[in-house]
Design a protein around this ligand. Structure first.
Ligand SMILES: Nc1ncnc2c1ncn2[C@@H]1O[C@H](COP(=O)(O)OP(=O)(O)OP(=O)(O)O)[C@@H](O)[C@H]1O
Ligand SMILES: N[C@@H](CCO)C(=O)O
Length: 314
């Protein structure tokens, strides 16, 4: 029987993971956006409801990442019908937790199911990337890929797109420290140096290769040594108060390392156990209490499921 309305969820994601600028990301559990898509007799795509955004997100179909992604999909399918979108934001905007990506991926999952699954899950990625272009000016895939597929995902190449799911080591936990600041990805990209020295390119390549090997070998010490970013972190960390203090405090407590989640201001910390992930969250809280800057803290295993359907209504 034909479905009329489908609701989907897509999780928060940590892009870059230090050394993997624009080419690596992982998904987080529980936190995320929900999108419901309903068939309509009126042709075209409309955003009819947005909750949880404090009135900040656009209803115009050409500006909201949900509708931009769906329109890219409809164009590919030559689908001329009507769709209505309801967005329930669980993620803060401009947080570095892949907020724009989660909306787009949830919208695509719901629409794909509503239309009878014309695409495999991974084939939804190009449509989600179009929405990132609208959100921040660059069609980067390091949030949308893990939001869709779950786990750690490597984008080996963009042209043509070559997306590689990686192994998730047992016991790996993540702490997210979200200072109450807004950093738009567009602005955080504009502070990046346009050129990278040969030495930095070599260092970064060694670390990304080491990180990928460390994930597959479940070698926590190798993961720890590889969490080092010489390309984006030096320009961006100065925009995040408390970043250096958190970085300094967490390793003696047993964490593997930390970095800027996506374009910030959220800081991600990787730990080899849930216990250590909670311990470093308390350390981060102390750092920000001293500065009297409010934060939200999340402790999560790595989400290996990615986006999923919550409900189908007939
Ligand atoms: N459905 C949507 N959800 C979130 N942001 C959206 C949405 N539609 C449009 N936008 C726009 O995208 C921008 C938010 O994206 P931005 O990339 O800054 O945040 P983010 O996704 O949390 O960060 P990051 O990509 O670093 O994880 C805002 O300018 C917002 O208006
Ligand atoms: N790779 C992107 C991720 C944004 O979340 C950036 O660092 O700008």
């Amino acid at each position: 029987m034909e479905k009329q309305k489908v609701t989907a969820f897509a999780p928060a994601t940590v892009a870059n993971v230090s050394c993997g600028f624009d080419i690596l990301g992982f998904a987080v559990e529980d936190l995320g956006d929900k999108v419901a898509v309903t068939l309509s007799d009126k042709p075209g795509v409309r955003v009819t409801k947005i909750e949880g955004d404090k009135g900040k997100l656009p209803y115009e179909a050409e500006k909201n990442t949900c509708s931009v992604a769906i329109m890219a999909m409809m164009k590919e399918l030559d689908f001329k019908g009507g769709l209505e979108i309801e967005l329930f934001k669980g993620l803060p905007l401009g947080s570095g937790m892949g907020s724009s990506a989660a909306s787009a991926v949830a919208a695509l999952m719901a629409t794909n199911t509503l239309l009878g699954n014309p695409f495999e899950k991974k084939d939804l990625l190009p449509f989600a990337m179009e929405s990132e272009r609208i959100a921040c000016g660059a069609a980067h895939a390091d949030n949308v890929s893990p939001a869709l597929l779950g786990g750690f995902v490597l984008i080996r190449e963009y042209h043509p797109l070559d997306v590689i799911p990686l192994h998730v080591p047992r016991g790996l936990y993540c702490t997210l420290v979200h200072p109450h600041l807004v950093l738009n990805t567009f602005d955080s990209r504009s502070v990046l140096r346009r050129n990278v020295s040969l030495q930095d390119a070599t260092t970064q390549s060694g670390n990304i290769a080491g990180l990928v090997a460390g994930l597959f070998q479940e070698d926590m010490a190798l993961i720890s040594r590889s969490l080092n970013d010489v390309i984006a972190e030096p320009s961006r960390s100065v925009l995040i108060p408390g970043y250096d203090e958190v970085k300094e405090g967490i390793k003696p407590a047993g964490a593997l390392g930390c970095g800027i989640s996506g374009s910030g201001p959220t800081i991600f910390i990787l730990s080899p156990s849930e216990e250590i992930a909670w311990e470093v969250s308390r350390l981060a809280q102390q750092v920000f209490d001293t500065m009297q800057l409010p934060i939200d803290l999340y402790v999560s295993a790595i989400n290996t499921r990615g986006a999923y359907i919550i409900e189908e209504e007939i």
